[in-house]
Structure formats: C-alpha cells, structure tokens
Design a protein around this ligand. Structure first.
Ligand code: C2E
Ligand code: CA
Ligand code: CA
Length: 530
C-alpha cells in the first residue's frame, strides 16, 4: 500500500476512532435506557394487573357469597348484609341490589320507589361471574365509580361500587413522579381507570414507549406508557456514563492509531513505499584499470528519484534504511536490478565485475548467501560479483570471518571499502580474506597537498601489495592524483575524472565507448572533458 493510501486510510481510521465509539456508546445507552424503561413499565403494569385481579376477585367472591345468602328483596337482612359487606371491605364504597333495571336498595339507603339505572352498561346482568362497567358519574351518588355486577336471580343483580383510583394505588405515587401513564382497560377498550402523567388524554394519543399486560382472570388489561420526557431524562443520565466510556475508547484507539502511524509512517515504511512505487534506481560508476585504462568493473550505487525532492543521494537514505532494517530488502532488490541491467554485459566480458555495497546487518544475516544464490543463480558468475564491506563491519571478528569464508566459498569476491577511514588495523586486514582494498577518497584527496595524510596513500598501497590485495582508488578527481596512483601501480581507479555514477543505459554506452580506451598522457583530460 502506498503512503498516500495509507494516509487516507489512517485519516479515515482517526475519524472513525473519534466518531464511532461515542456514537456507538450513545446508541447503546439509548437502547439500554429504552430497555430499562420497558422493564420499569412492565413492573408497573404487572403490579396494577395483580391489584386489579385482587380487587375484582374480591368483588366476585363477595358478590357470589351475598347472592347465595340473600333473597332478592330489600328486607332488613338484605340491607344489613349489604352494609356489612361495605363495612368489612377494603375497596368498595357501596353495595346495591337491583332488579329490572332499577336499584331497589343499597348499603346506604332503601328506596321507596326503585331508582331506574340511567346508564345502559350498569343495567347489564351477567350470565356468569361479574360484569365490570367503566366509571360514570352517578347522578344519585355524585361519585365516579366502577360498577361490578353479579346475577342474583332472574332479573335481579347485586352490585359493588369501586373508586377507580384504588386500582392504581400501589404504583400511583411512583408512576406520577416518573412521568408514566397507566390505564386499566376492559379488553374492548373501555377505560376503567387512568392515572399518572396524563390522566385524561385519550389512550391512543398518548406518546411514548408502551407496554401491555393482560389479566389472566378477567377481561381486562393494563397499558403503561412512559412519557418521552422521562425517556430523555433517563437517557441523559445514562448517556453521561456511556459517553465517558465512548471517549475513553476513542482515547485508547487514538493511542493505538498513534502507535500504528508511527510504525506505518516510519522512514522504513516510506522507503518501502518508494521501492514499491519504483522510485529507486541503480547507477553504475565505472572502475577503470589503471594500466590499460579499460573499464573493468563498476560499483552499483543507489539513487532515489523522489517525486518532490528530486534525485536523493544514498547518504540521505541509507542510514535510515539501515536503522529500520529495510536495507536488506533494498539490497536484495538492487541485486535483482544488477542482474537485469548488466548480466548480459558480464557474460560477454568474463573479466568484468560489478561491486555491491553490503550493509553490516545484511552481511551478518546468514540468509544473505541463499539470497545471493537465488538472485544471481546461473545468470551471473559468482566471481564477477564483489561485495564491498566497510571496516566497521569486521568488529565482530568471528561472525565476519565465518560469513567471508562462506562468501568466498561461493566464488564471490570481497573488497574492503573506505579503507583507512574506520577502525581497521593491519591485523584485521591480514586475517580477513579480501580480494580488493578500496583506498578511501580522503587519502586520494590528500595526494599532492601539504596535508599530513598526503603520503599515507603510498603506505596503504605498499601494505596492500604485501597482503596481495588488489587496490582500487576511490574519488579520483584530478590528473595529478591519477599520475601519482599510476606511479604507485594502484590496480584500478574510480572517480569523477573518468565518470560519475551513471544510469544503466549511459553506463552501457560508456563501457562500449571505453573498451579500447587506454589511459595515456592527456588521456585523463580527454576522459574528464571529452
Ligand atoms: P561508497 O561505497 O564509498 O561509494 C562511493 C561514493 O563516492 C559514491 O557516492 C560515489 O558517487 C562517490 N564518488 C565516486 N567518485 C567520486 C569523485 O570523484 N568525487 C566525489 N566527490 N565523489 C565520488 P554515493 O553514490 O553518494 O554513495 C555514497 C555512499 O552510499 C556509498 O559510499 C555507500 O556507502 C552508500 N551506498 C550507495 N549505494 C549503496 C547500496 O546499494 N548499499 C549500501 N549498503 N550502501 C550504499
Ligand atoms: Ca562502496
Ligand atoms: Ca568507498
């Protein structure tokens, strides 16, 4: 994935991390509140159903007992019994005896003439059990009562009056506080009692969550409606707790994303992107035989064609690649490119070589040998490849010895790079199986100057000779340096005097043009300017 895509993805993830958890927790808190509210409404409704069953059950058994005990006439015994019923009851205001649609007597009075019952519902004589009439204002009593009737003969019936308020007593005070409306209805919808937040609003118009509980004994049901205000109020309290959790989750996600971003946008990751994007290129700097002037080899050097920064030199990115470990992947890629670019040239010119810089951590990696075999295989002869390693890489002597032995066993050659600039000692040089010694540019620069290091190049070359190492002088920029190096019989030279590192096509053209080119008097000038 490219870094732009990764950035977009990260942006989306950050936005999601910021928005999703609070939104999710708010939604959860909403459902939680609704769930809690439904539970509460169910509890209220059940309580009222139980209460109604208890009251109507009590009415039924009282009336059944009375009907068995009484004659349907308003004698003393009857009136006494009606009075006792009310007196002993917890719920009922009045007990009546009616016949043929008129009240004959009640627990309160005996009528001289039967009192016609105005309200049709209140004239219903149930076949079995009780008939419950919804409350109406009874003109003669000036009360609003539920009437419960029970058959007491062919046309006679016993009745009990019930204050509708009693049905809701156990929950009324909580329900009112909590903004709940409770309705006790007959199954046909007639309202027996309504109380709570909206005691008068028609049932259908009540807004909010509603639950319904059916009585299993009587044809009545209880509807509990939670008002939107209660829901919002409860939600606000829950939301406070849940949104803190949401924010905490967001914060945790941010930390996680930060960690991811640090990893994803690390130098290693951007180098990886650049490689995937094809921004890396291999340049080849010709290495010339000092005697013949023929181009006998090349050093493969990395370049990064950065979309914004232009051509970036290795000094700018190799340290980051080494630090992140990406250098291993990068060098493997470079090996592959070398095969593509110059395998043909190497095959045509068996004495030509290409050198590659191998970083310490790659050189320490036992997989290097397998990588080399896999990448170069039969396509490039092992002895046409030179690994350049710096002196610092030899600090772990045993490991380096082992690796060098294996590399040499494969037939691949070894050069000590930047010789003289590190911590090397003669002991190192003699104990490691190098083929080439690359004289660092600082010593070449000193040639012909007054510098104290001016003579060191002579010593280095002499020493390399004793150790039977081929010498390559790096960074040769002037004819004076070249003349001196020729006099010292340095084997090869590499530097801007001859050529800078070149893109593949230019390098191949350079090789073609310099195959027969011999360094001679004035040749350096021609090489430099021509
Ligand atoms: P190095 O291995 O010492 O490479 C030689 C450097 O000297 C190259 O710089 C080359 O362009 C430069 N050079 C050659 N002739 C002259 C000259 O006459 N005058 C001057 N002023 N410079 C000259 P470059 O390409 O910038 O590479 C710098 C360093 O980056 C290399 O030093 C090497 O240590 C590292 N490097 C380059 N490519 C790779 C690679 O593929 N892998 C690893 N591990 N390191 C690499
Ligand atoms: Ca080098
Ligand atoms: Ca070097």
């Amino acid at each position: 994935m490219t870094s732009r895509r990764r950035k977009t993805l990260l942006f989306i993830m950050v936005a999601l991390a910021a928005l999703l958890p609070p939104a999710a927790f708010l939604a959860i808190s909403w459902f939680q509140t609704v769930h809690e509210m439904d539970g509460q409404l169910n509890r209220y409704a059940s309580t009222v159903v139980d209460r109604s069953d208890e009251i109507f059950g009590s009415a039924e058994s009282t009336l059944a007992a009375l009907s068995k005990q009484l004659e349907p006439h308003c004698g003393d015994a009857t009136v006494q019994a009606l009075r006792r019923t009310v007196y002993e009851s917890l719920y009922f205001q009045e007990a009546t005896l009616s016949a043929n649609g008129s009240v004959l007597c009640s627990s309160q009075r005996v009528y001289d003439t039967p009192q016609p019952i105005d309200y049709a519902e209140n004239r219903v004589v149930p076949e079995r059990g009780i008939h419950i009439s919804p409350p109406v204002a009874l003109a003669r009593e000036n009360t609003v009562s539920i009437i419960i009737h029970y058959r007491a003969g062919d046309t006679a019936m016993l009745g009990l009056q019930l204050n509708p308020v009693l049905l809701g007593d156990p929950v009324r005070k909580y329900a009112a506080e909590d903004e709940v409306t409770l309705l006790v209805q007959r199954n046909d919808g007639a309202i027996l009692s309504q109380f709570g937040f909206s005691p008068t609003m028609p049932a259908d118009e009540l807004k909010g969550n509603r639950v319904l509980r059916q009585s299993s004994r009587y044809p009545i049901r209880v509807v509990a409606v939670g008002s939107p205000t209660w829901l919002l109020h409860s939600w606000r309290q829950n939301a406070l707790i849940f949104s803190s959790l949401g924010l905490l989750t967001s914060a945790l996600l941010f930390v996680l994303l930060l960690y991811l971003a640090r990893h994803q946008f690390s130098p290693g990751a951007s180098l990886h992107d650049a490689l995937v994007d094809g921004q890396f290129h291999v340049y080849y700097q010709p290495v010339l035989d000092t005697e013949s002037g023929l181009c006998v080899g090349a050093e493969a050097l990395l370049r990064w064609q950065h979309p914004q920064l232009g051509l970036v030199m290795p000094g700018m990115f190799i340290p980051a690649a080494e630090e992140s470990g990406f250098i291993v992947e990068l060098t493997k890629w470079l090996m592959g490119r070398v095969v593509t670019d110059v395998a043909a040239l190497l095959k045509e010119n068996p004495r030509f070589y290409v050198s590659l810089n191998v970083s310490p951590q790659h050189f320490d990696d036992p997989k290097l040998l397998a990588d080399v075999k896999a990448i170069f295989g039969e396509r490039v002869a092992p002895n046409q490849i030179v690994f350049e390693v710096t002196e610092n890489q030899l600090m772990n002597e045993d490991k380096a010895q082992e690796m060098m032995k294996n590399v040499r066993a494969m037939g691949t050659l070894l050069a000590i790079d930047d010789f003289g600039s590190g911590y090397s000692s003669l002991k190192y040089l003699s104990s490691f199986p190098f083929d080439y010694l690359k004289i660092d540019k600082t010593f070449v620069d000193a040639i012909g100057t007054e510098s104290v290091t001016a003579g060191l190049v002579d010593t280095i070359v002499q020493m390399a000779g004793q150790l039977k190492l081929k010498t390559v002088a790096e960074g040769v920029e002037s004819p004076v340096q070249l003349t001196h190096l020729r006099r010292l019989k340095v084997n090869c030279v590499q530097g801007w005097l001859f050529s800078k590192a070149l893109p593949t096509d230019q390098f191949l053209a350079y090789v073609a043009a310099n195959k027969t080119y011999v360094l001679g008097p004035g040749a350096a000038q021609r090489a430099k300017y021509g």
